[in-house]
Design a protein around this ligand. Structure first.
Ligand code: NAD
Length: 456
């Protein structure tokens, strides 16, 4: 169902009520299907999206501003894989059993779907993150009311058209299109939606916690980050530098896992800066539909201004802009000049206390600062409110283990970035979130566990 922006709050409420009712009606039959039956439907949906991959990729790139290459090679293939992955996971999941011979008892657990799941996703990886929620929710037998970001709803709409052909019964997947304060809040505060899986900003998550608290809902919150990369002087710079450029600027820096604080050991600091900048200048910023560009446009004019605001702030505080905005020239064809383009920008000589080092910028901007000792860099890396991901570069195995364990983040990549096994937990500490998603974690979140004791 579509909800035009001009609809009033009451109309959104009515539309969300209708979606929840449809999901409630569909729940008994869907949850009663065997895991194999649900699995087959999920695989079919994945195949259908894959068959239309190019159309989805074109739409996602136009809607979001990401490069067509990223949409084709990462975003849409991952949406396909999300369905295949949970279609398979659900077949291999087992529950626990514990014998108590001395009491003459056997204990075991069962897992049942929660009911109608409320799913809310952001604009940066639209179909990728929406399907990362829909797939485990319906695989485990829930029905869903999902809301993509109002900024990037097109691919969710396209997916709706494939549901029937895939064999998803009416009412199992309901997508509501609308803004957060209206459609989003109507889902979050609906009494018949006992579970909310949210990916988005820490600020919105606070509001969701408040609105859902009276109902004691099950919450999974995947939020922002201010992710450090720590580069020791024994790092393999030939691998580290291109990977750190990628980790800073992939998808215009609009990935929650992007590196935005780079700590480099003092004796390699100057060499690192020089080679890092040399590497970035090879990146081409341009029209997203051009398959040769590395970076497209940021999501909106408002966001462009926000990101530029941080660069201005750094300058006003006396920091140095090493490359990018205001330093290098951006060549965009005349007809696209109104687009929201920004060069990858590096800030140096910035204090740890600066808002540029503390707040999530979520754009193509990274800060690079020097450090001397291991203890010092761990303390400084942890000194932010966020705790999503970190990257550590060193060839010393002992050091890599020590540092990884002491970082207050949900994920640490050492000598690499963004290698993900979907079986393992994904999520953040502190202001970066509550709960974890991933194979077993998602299955657990989207089900209620019950312990049953049988006396022989
Ligand atoms: P956002 O919080 O503004 O919006 C996210 C979603 O929440 C949108 O669908 C929006 O419409 C909805 N929403 C907004 N207000 C709402 C409300 N009051 N009630 C219910 N729903 C509401 O975030 P965004 O700007 O779309 O996305 C960027 C943020 O998402 C960044 O902070 C980024 O780090 C984070 N993010 C986190 C992850 C992760 O896995 N940790 C992944 C991607 C993005």
């Amino acid at each position: 169902m579509t909800l035009p922006q001009e609809m009033c709050i009451a109309e959104y409420q009515t539309a969300v009520d209708a979606a929840v009712n449809a999901a409630k009606d569909a729940f008994p039959a869907w949850s009663a299907k065997s895991p194999l039956q649900r699995s087959q439907i999920l695989h079919k949906l994945a195949d259908l999206i894959e068959a239309h991959l190019e159309e989805f990729a074109q739409a996602e790139s136009k809607d979001q501003g990401k490069t067509i290459t990223a949409a084709r090679s990462m975003e849409i293939p991952r949406a396909v894989y999300n369905f295949h992955f949970f279609a398979s996971t659900i077949l291999h999941h087992t529950t626990e059993c514990a014998e108590m011979d001395h009491m003459g008892c056997t204990n075991f657990t069962t897992r049942t779907p929660v009911g109608v799941a409320g799913l809310i996703s952001p604009w940066n990886l639209p179909l990728y993150l929406l399907t990362w929620k829909i797939a485990p929710a319906i695989a485990t037998g829930n029905t869903v009311v999902a809301k993509p970001s109002e900024m990037t709803s097109v691919t969710a709409w396209m997916m709706c058209k494939l549901l029937e052909e895939a064999g998803v019964p009416p009412g199992v997947v309901n997508i509501v299109f609308g803004t957060g304060p209206r459609a989003g809040e109507a889902i979050v505060s609906h009494p018949d939606v006992p579970l909310i899986s949210f990916t988005g900003s820490t600020l919105t998550a606070q509001r969701i916690r408040e609105r859902s608290a009276p109902f004691c809902k099950k919450l999974s919150l995947e939020l922002g980050g201010k992710n450090p990369a720590i580069i020791f002087d024994d790092a393999n710079l030939d691998e580290c530098i291109p990977t750190t450029v990628r980790s800073s600027f992939t998808n215009q820096g609009e990935v929650c896992l992007c590196t935005s604080r780079i700590f480099v050991q003092k004796n390699i600091y100057n060499e690192f800066l020089e080679r890092f900048v040399e590497n970035i200048r090879k990146w081409k910023v341009g029209v997203p539909s051009d398959p040769t560009v590395n970076m497209g446009a940021v999501i909106s004019k408002e966001h462009l201004e926000k990101v530029k605001g941080y660069i201005n702030l750094a300058q006003n505080e006396g920091a140095k802009i090493l490359c990018g905005e205001g330093i290098d020239s951006l060549e965009i064809p005349d007809k696209n000049k109104m687009g929201y383009f920004l060069l990858p920008t590096v800030i140096t000589e910035v204090k740890d206390s600066s808002r540029c080092m503390q707040e999530e910028i979520f754009g193509p901007v990274t800060c690079i600062v020097p450090f001397e000792t291991e203890e010092e860099v761990i303390r400084r890396a942890n000194d932010v409110k966020y705790g999503l991901a970190a990257t550590v570069w060193s060839q010393d195995v002992g050091r890599v283990h020590r540092v990884a364990k002491k970082l207050h983040t949900g994920m640490v990549w050492t000598n690499c970035w963004l290698i993900r096994d979907l079986n393992l937990p994904f999520g953040g500490m502190k202001a970066s979130g509550i709960g974890r998603e991933g194979g077993k974690d998602s299955i657990e979140f989207f089900t209620e566990v019950k312990t049953i004791t049988i006396k022989h």
